[in-house]
Design a protein around this ligand. Structure first.
Ligand code: SAM
Length: 286
């Protein structure tokens, strides 16, 4: 498994400072979004697992189980697996349990998440299951070095999800698999208003109760408003060099799972980025 580089999280701001920021302005501006997102997840980290279980009314575990069924059907025995925006390591650890001979690397921008993920790795697995702090839009991994990329609630949180797909395409080998699970904008305007209204209200209450900062969990609804539908995401996969092989929606399009295969030919955006000289490669260690 290739080695990632050193962490580069921005320093965490206090919940009060986060609450004082103009969230909409931060989400609109790709240059500023990450400066809100990473400190926010640093604050959430200690309660992330509890929050996710409660907030999804237990559905998160079922969605992750469904995604990992797809993983089990598609992943070779000795695969190189990458879990991007791994949080506390749920998907990476499930992958490691399903494929005992695989190497698994989890990367997340928030050090607090990575520390919790590391604490969950059993002693016998520490050489093949690793967690590192890093940015999924600038992965310090060689081209075509990964067999399967997992992304749970990952791409909605980055400043430019399509650029992130180009990066995931770069690190996947041709024929490699991308498996994602995330919130999306439901296509029906009436349901969207209800769904996002519920997420915003309940998120604000929990954010106030736990952090005295409603914005911390209301962020989920805001980020979905700024994101795309599951069908639009599939078109972005197509544009960036993937073929979608499965898509499953829940909550009337509010949640979706995608399975996609990396095509052999480079994506058009990847070629464009290469021509502009921003594509990086890191040699394999050893
Ligand atoms: C909602 S959590 C998902 C955690 C986990 N994948 C899961 O399914 O439970 C989103 C995670 O994305 C991480 N994140 C946000 N921007 C990132 C980036 N640019 N690179 C890597 N991780 C990022 C956050 O730190 C946070 O842990």
């Amino acid at each position: 498994m290739p080695q990632p580089s050193e962490p580069s999280s921005p320093p965490p701001a206090s919940p009060r400072e986060l609450a004082a920021l103009d969230l909409e302005a931060y989400l609109r501006d790709p240059l500023r979004k990450q400066a809100f997102v990473t400190p926010m997840f640093e604050h959430i980290a200690p309660r992330y697992d509890t929050f996710t279980r409660l907030f999804s009314l237990g559905m998160d575990a079922r969605w992750k189980a469904a995604l990992m069924d797809w993983f089990a059907e598609r992943t070779p025995t000795r695969a190189e697996v990458l879990d991007v925006a791994c949080g506390t390591g749920d998907l990476a650890l499930r992958a490691a349990a399903l494929r005992p001979a695989a190497s698994v690397l989890g990367i997340d921008a928030a050090e607090g998440m990575v520390a919790r993920a590391r604490a969950r790795v059993g002693a016998g697995d520490r050489t093949r299951v690793r967690f590192e702090t890093g940015d999924l839009t600038r992965l310090p991994l060689p081209d075509a070095s990964i067999d399967v990329v997992l992304g749970g609630y990952a791409l909605r949180n980055v400043p430019q999800y399509e650029a992130a797909l180009v990066e995931l395409h770069r690190v996947l080998r041709p024929g490699g698999i991308l498996l994602t699970l995330d919130f999306y904008r439901p296509p029906s305007a009436a349901w969207r208003a209800l769904f996002l209204g519920y997420l915003q209200l309940s998120g604000s209450v929990v954010g106030w109760w736990w952090h005295r900062a409603p914005v911390i969990y209301a962020y989920i609804a805001h980020s979905i408003r700024h994101y795309v539908s599951a069908a639009e995401f599939e078109r972005a996969l197509e544009r960036t060099g993937f073929d979608t092989t499965a898509r499953r929606e829940h909550l009337l399009g509010g949640i979706a799972l995608h399975a996609a295969v990396r095509r052999s030919a480079p994506s058009r955006s990847s070629e464009a980025r290469h021509q502009h000289g921003t594509r990086r490669t890191v040699p394999r260690p050893g």
